[in-house]
Design a protein around this ligand. Structure first.
Ligand code: NAD
Length: 244
């Protein structure tokens, strides 16, 4: 698929993997709808988008509420009159060991990481079915495949996203819709920037390629999955070999 003039919506694209993905789509000529829950895009991202002459729009919406997710689907569709590619990227963590995890923190993570992608995909897919084409890429995590201490809520949400991905792929295949997931390992981001040197060293010991991944490396994989017309229902791991 050629991305020129294709319309892409990327949730959680004010920073990190989402922002890198938005820049990558925009630089290949896609009409890019960015989303986040802050009022406006950060200045440096806006400057970067202008520098590549991006055709873009920013929408603010809280994904923890069904009604605002539904409104986002409507608003995003109306920006350019259609959506060709949906990237469910926004995600949060609220880590605690299983025995101390509050049900409210379980729900909060499931709501943003799994329920919002379900509702958004359902509404956007309804319209994609009419145009008989569309691509969805979900941001999972290696934690959704292997689990992780202190992340019962996050692991469950990401495992759920992988199941959702395979189901959308099966249901959408005959109607021109593909759906895939990307499962990153440890990526250099705001989250990992705050880790102590000791924790970073412990993490690097487990990564054969001996470095954290870059947001651009995840973005490249998302764009690849959006463009390749013969891949559907897959989860591509981007983790420097951490889970070999
Ligand atoms: P990030 O924390 O840097 O950015 C998260 C984005 O989600 C922001 O744009 C934020 O505005 C948006 N967001 C958060 N809560 C929201 C809400 N309630 N309503 C609307 N928007 C909201 O994230 P990241 O590190 O770039 O990760 C992106 C995705 O990749 C996430 O789904 C994450 O789980 C997954 N992932 C990241 C890593 C990593 O190492 N960074 C590893 C595996 C998976």
């Amino acid at each position: 698929m050629d991305l020129k003039d294709k319309v892409v919506l990327i949730t959680g694209s004010t920073r990190g993997i989402g922002a890198a993905t938005a820049k990558s789509f925009a630089s290949q000529g896609a009409k890019t709808i960015l989303h986040g829950h802050r009022q406006a895009l950060p200045e440096n991202l806006e400057e970067a988008l202008k520098a590549i002459k991006a055709d873009y729009k920013y929408l603010s919406a809280d994904l923890s509420d069904d009604d605002t997710v539904k409104q986002l689907a409507k608003d995003a569709w109306n920006v350019f009159g259609n959506i060709d590619i949906l990237i469910n990227n926004a995600g949060i963590t609220k880590d605690k060991l299983m025995m101390g995890m509050k049900a409210a923190d379980f729900d909060a993570v499931i709501n943003i990481n799994l329920r919002a992608p379900f509702i958004l995909s359902q509404l956007i897919m309804k319209k994609m079915l009419k145009q008989k084409s569309g691509v969805i890429v979900n941001l999972a995590s290696i934690v959704g495949i292997h689990g992780n201490v202190g992340q019962a809520n996050y692991a469950a949400s990401k495992a759920g996203l992988i199941g959702l991905t395979k189901t959308i792929a099966q249901e959408g295949a005959l109607r021109g819709i593909r759906c895939n997931a990307v499962a990153p390992g440890m990526i250099e981001s705001d989250m990992t920037a705050n880790l102590s040197d000791r924790v970073k060293e412990q993490i690097l010991e487990k990564i054969p390629l001996k470095r954290l991944g870059l947001t651009d490396e995840v973005a490249d994989t998302i764009v690849f999955l959006a463009k390749n017309d013969y891949i559907t229902g897959q989860t591509i791991i981007v983790d420097g070999g951490m889970t070999i």
